[in-house]
Design a protein around this ligand. Structure first.
Ligand code: NAP
Length: 258
């Protein structure tokens, strides 16, 4: 017996993912392709884009790749429109591309890091959404998911530039959820905690274990797939009434203060 009439399938939907050549973006690309979506894989490096597209296409799923530097406004407009043309529409945008940086406030060149953090992690998110907006407005299931961080909810030392940008992603999510709600475009945000991706690969396994044991309720680093499934949940047609939310996917890190 069918329990609900609400649709939990993204089959046939078109999704654009930034930073899809690595880590969480790659996991999102695989999961969405497995669920039957057409996946626009975008990232900085052509080889990585091609690898992810090949991984997906080789198992009979649908993906196409574009090199897109999210700090290049022209490239964003070009690629978003190319995706829209190829698939005659675009339903979902996953803003995920990111960089990591630890830089003390008084270090020389701090302002350069600040500019880079804001460019890659915040301005780019706004630009991708603006370029995609005409397509989302025509979609029957328009979804925007922005990847912030637990650094958008709190802060760690020497991480101010990154933290500011990630707080900004939460602000952008809320503001656009309010602005776009009348058009049924949902805008949500995920705040990943400590996740095993190339971004955290320089941290030794033993340091990760000690940290996870002390700070993370579930006692382990997360995997990219943990994030991908949270992204998928926001994108289901049945998630139509969820907007403006910030979901920590952090194994309970943020709630463990003692
Ligand atoms: P990742 O494996 O390094 O993936 C990030 C991808 O974004 C990389 O392929 C990277 O390319 C790409 N990228 C960087 N700058 C770009 C640009 N200008 N244009 C287009 N693509 C660009 O890292 P991840 O851990 O999956 O990170 C995904 C998101 O999660 C990021 O927004 C990150 O800030 C956030 N996050 C990560 C963690 C964590 O613990 N891993 C925790 C909280 C939030 P390159 O490798 O060539 O730079």
């Amino acid at each position: 017996m069918r329990l609900s009439r609400m649709n939990r399938s993204i089959s046939g939907k078109v999704v654009l993912i930034t930073g899809a050549g690595s880590g969480m973006g790659r996991a999102v690309a695989h999961l969405f392709a497995d669920e039957g979506a057409h996946v626009a894989v975008t990232d900085l490096l052509e080889d990585r884009v091609n690898d992810v597209v090949a991984e997906i296409v080789n198992v009979g799923k649908s993906a196409h790749g574009w090199v897109m530097d999210v700090t290049d406004a022209k490239a964003i407009n070009y690629v978003v429109n190319a995706v829209g043309k190829k698939y005659a529409g675009l339903d979902m945008v996953i803003n995920n591309a990111g960089i990591n940086m630890l830089v003390p406030l008084n270090s020389p060149g701090y302002e350069k890091y600040w500019e880079k953090a804001v460019d890659v992690l915040l301005t780019a998110y706004m630009r991708v959404i603006r370029a995609a907006l005409p397509y989302l407005q025509k979609s029957k299931c328009p979804r925007i998911v922005n990847i912030s961080s637990t650094e958008g909810l709190g802060a760690t030392k020497y991480n101010s530039a990154y933290s500011v940008a990630k707080h900004g992603v939460i602000g952008l999510t809320r503001a656009l959820a309010v602005e776009l709600g009348a058009e049924n475009i949902t805008v949500n945000c995920i705040a990943p905690g400590a996740i095993n991706t190339p971004m955290t690969s320089q941290i030794s396994e033993s340091d990760k274990k000690v940290f996870a044991k002390r700070r993370i309720v579930l006692g382990r680093y997360g995997e990219p797939e943990d994030i991908a499934h949270a992204v998928l949940n926001f994108c289901l047609p049945s998630a139509q009434y969820i907007t403006g939310t910030v979901l920590p996917v952090d194994g309970g890190w943020m709630i463990k203060n003692a």
